[in-house]
Design a protein around this ligand. Sequence first.
Ligand SMILES: O=C(COP(=O)(O)O)[C@H](O)[C@H](O)COP(=O)(O)O
Ligand SMILES: [Mg+2]
Length: 485
Amino acid sequence: MAATTEKRSAADRYKAGVMQYKDMGYFDLDYEPKETDILACFRITPQDGVDPEEAAAAVAGESSTATWTVVWTDRLTACEKYRARCYRVDPVPGNPSQWFAYIAYDLDLFEAGSIVNVSASIIGNVFGFKPLKALRLEDMRIPTAYVKTFQGPATGIVVERERLDKFGRPLLGATIKPKLGLSGRNYGRVVYEALKGGLDFTKDDENINSQPFMHWRDRFLYCMEAVKRAEAASGEVKGTYLNISAATMEDMYERAEFAKDLGSVIVMIDLVIGYSAIQSMAKWCRRNDMILHLHRAGHSTYTRQKSHGVSFRVIAKWMRLAGVDHIHAGTVVGKLEGDPATTKGYYDILREDFVPQRLEHGVFFDQPWASLAKTMPVASGGIHAGQMHQLLDLLGEDCVLQFGGGTIGHPMGIAAGATANRVALEAMILARNEGRDILNEGPQILERAARHCQPLAQALEVWKDVTFNYASTDTPDFVPTATPA
Ligand SMILES: O=C(COP(=O)(O)O)[C@H](O)[C@H](O)COP(=O)(O)O
Ligand SMILES: [Mg+2]
């Protein structure tokens, strides 16, 4: 598409009235983004008859300085610098009604170290703009200059492994089930069995806070007794993610302090507590030597559909900046949405030092991380021991594999479920380290390990036919042969 920006005289440009966003300076195909610009790629679906370039300019305008009419007060500011610019519009392959609009924002538009401020601009008013049928934030490039204004993960993968004294394999966890209704004492029993059976972590579910059937202090007390007993029995460091999500920051700090007093190595929050609360807890965790686990509860309401919302890859970037140590990032093979290529993109964003543009994984920009620590992705949701080879092959070793139903639903009990997962993992790691092709030989490797491990034999038998083969909704638009732009 050709540049259509027409240079206007100041008198024309600031004449009262309504003017196209393109003519107000929010569209410039000749603009070359600066190293320090924040970049965003939006998928735009204009209303019928709306020029895609004007729609893209409107997105740049409404997410930076513009309003619907000309305002002379622009001239009291360095408005040329503060206007975001759409510098590129590409048709979405195979979808004639959608375009990718690339927009550059000057660093001056953002407060240092604030996800709230970034999100209020980039996903603020603009998502309700009438000339667009739908809008999706696909990806962002956070420049090094802005990355360095964030603390990043409170602990990071390297230090987490050192504190836990666990190396060379994924960590194993389990979400306590049923999600709701257990008393503190029964809940603690599940934690103890799962940890003693061989898991590293157990986890509160997203909606466990402080309900009438189990107030938070009861849960914390029984859970930490279970952790300490399991540590004594196994000689290993164990943890349980105590969910401190609550109605107010004061409540959350109180719960976090109690978890620390009881000797927990980790606390948990839900994404729905909000970006400020997440950053506050990350700072608290850094000060208090705690690992911070984040459950992405609620994300699918806006990440899952391709035409409207925010891609989870953007949320993953924001959460690494915000400072979480763990974040749920998908399993591919389990019960919840997770295209393999798209999920690979999320895992790279969380774990790499530098993530190059990889359109086939949905990654639109090079992303430098500038020495920010790494966030551990958590694979959770409908996974079981029989998938161990696939999980290790797809997700690598720097992750947590979490089997909730896949531990607690074991026919021989919770400890047996945990043992089945630990034996399956260790057999698979050994096979991988011996150079075997675990993806193809995985089922045989598991069967062989199960000959000496009845719990694994039973897990393989009971869940052997369980798969979740449904079409993914959030797939990349580019096939692997696409040449990077
Ligand atoms: O309760 C579970 C999993 O339980 P189970 O292991 O019994 O299926 C978690 O809330 C989901 O993993 C969240 O999804 P995601 O990890 O995709 O955010
Ligand atoms: Mg859950």
